[in-house]
Design a binder for this molecule. Structure first.
Ligand SMILES: NC(=O)c1ccc[n+]([C@@H]2O[C@H](COP(=O)([O-])OP(=O)(O)OC[C@H]3O[C@@H](n4cnc5c(N)ncnc54)[C@H](OP(=O)(O)O)[C@@H]3O)[C@@H](O)[C@H]2O)c1
Length: 329
């Protein structure tokens, strides 16, 4: 074989291997053909990234899609794009800022009063590694948006979801939860030096713990709760890390990471799978890595931590008052 053929075949093998590797890390597509016509789905943070692709995929399956976003301009644009692509006109943009309990309560009231039922809630929105910012209610931004905001929203919609019959709650967490630790002494980083990476990991660990405790409290109802890691995907999530905008990242790292990084569409598959798969009816309290059920990190399975996190979260968001204000008891 001459040296050019050898080189060409080596390149071919590498590219072929890379494509196989990408297929593998892509985690596969949701194989269920289930239609969700007539079902109402709420997706938080649906204007971009994984949330937008999740909304698109579920709109294709005939769902009534509520895209819950903080920026109405971006949300309307994304909703219009999805309606155009799917010809599903039941795709709506609604205002929800998870960094504001006032906004969460307004959104929940609208859902309770205007929707006949809520069948699928996908808690997808998140902020990652932002500076030390506070929410309107004075919570550290990542803990406040990623965990407390979804904790409050979910609880306000629970009665509606129980009344809706078989319904599913899906919490989008991250593999980053394995590096997380719940610091009950300082959940909002007011005493110790702020570490933006650790704050993100704490919030994503809280997503898994909350899911498990919720599933436990939902036993005997027709509502299920599961959490997932979508895979590493090329989205706007890294917007606060600096890496996102650097020349090194786009010219050197991006081509290397192309092999392992999913597209938002691929990363939406686990959320779609958990939302529609017939075989997951009744499955609750599980964690999925991509499309596969996996054991989460040991600290995510501690029942005492789960009970304590629930109580502390309920105290911080004034859950009892919020429930009676929204007539969601
Ligand atoms: N991408 C990954 O590699 C990866 C890996 C593991 C887990 N995840 C998880 O996947 C989920 C989706 O992330 P993504 O990668 O698609 O990120 P993304 O492109 O940055 O999208 C995040 C979404 O959350 C919204 N959001 C942020 N703060 C909000 C607030 N206060 N109220 C309402 N919405 C808010 C954003 O709205 P704006 O556009 O207005 O900011 C955006 O719509 C997250 O839970 C993330 O932790 C992602």
């Amino acid at each position: 074989m001459n040296k050019y053929i050898v080189r060409a075949s080596m390149v071919g093998t590498c590219v072929g291997g890379a494509i196989l590797l990408k297929d593998y890390t892509g985690g596969g597509s949701c194989q269920s053909k289930a239609s969700i016509t007539g079902q109402t789905v709420i997706v938080t943070g649906a204007n971009t990234g994984i949330g937008k692709e999740t909304a698109l995929e579920l709109a294709k399956r005939g769902g009534r899609i509520i895209m819950a976003c903080r920026d109405m301009g971006k949300c309307e644009n994304a909703a219009r794009e999805i309606r155009g692509k799917t010809l599903n006109h039941n795709v709506f943009a609604k205002q929800l800022d998870l960094a504001s309990s006032k906004s969460i309560k307004e959104f929940a009231k609208t859902m309770i009063n205007e929707e006949e039922h809520v069948d699928i809630l996908i808690n997808n929105a998140a902020v990652m590694r932002c500076p030390y910012w506070k929410t309107e209610d004075n919570f550290e931004m990542q803990f406040g948006v990623n965990h407390l905001g979804h904790f409050l929203l979910t609880n306000l919609l629970l009665k509606k979801m129980k009344e809706s019959g078989n319904s599913r709650i899906i919490n989008v967490s991250s593999l980053a939860h394995i590096a997380g630790d719940i610091d009950f002494d300082d959940l909002n980083w007011e005493k110790k030096k702020f570490n933006t990476k650790a704050a993100y990991c704490q919030s994503k660990l809280a997503n898994v713990i909350f899911t498990n405790e919720l599933a436990k409290r939902l036993q005997g109802t027709k509502v299920t709760a599961n959490s997932l890691h979508p895979g590493v995907a090329e989205t706007e999530l890294g917007r606060h890390t600096g890496m996102h905008q650097s020349a090194f990242s786009s010219t050197i790292l991006a081509p290397l990471f192309w092999f392992v990084v999913k597209s938002p569409k691929q990363a939406a598959q686990p959320s779609v799978y958990l939302a529609v798969a017939e075989e997951l009816q009744g499955v609750s309290g599980k964690y999925f890595n991509g499309l596969k059920e996996k054991k989460p990190a040991p600290q995510a399975l501690d029942e005492e931590t789960a009970r304590k996190l629930w109580e502390e979260s309920a105290r911080l968001v004034h859950l009892d008052e919020a429930l009676s204000e929204c007539k969601a008891l």
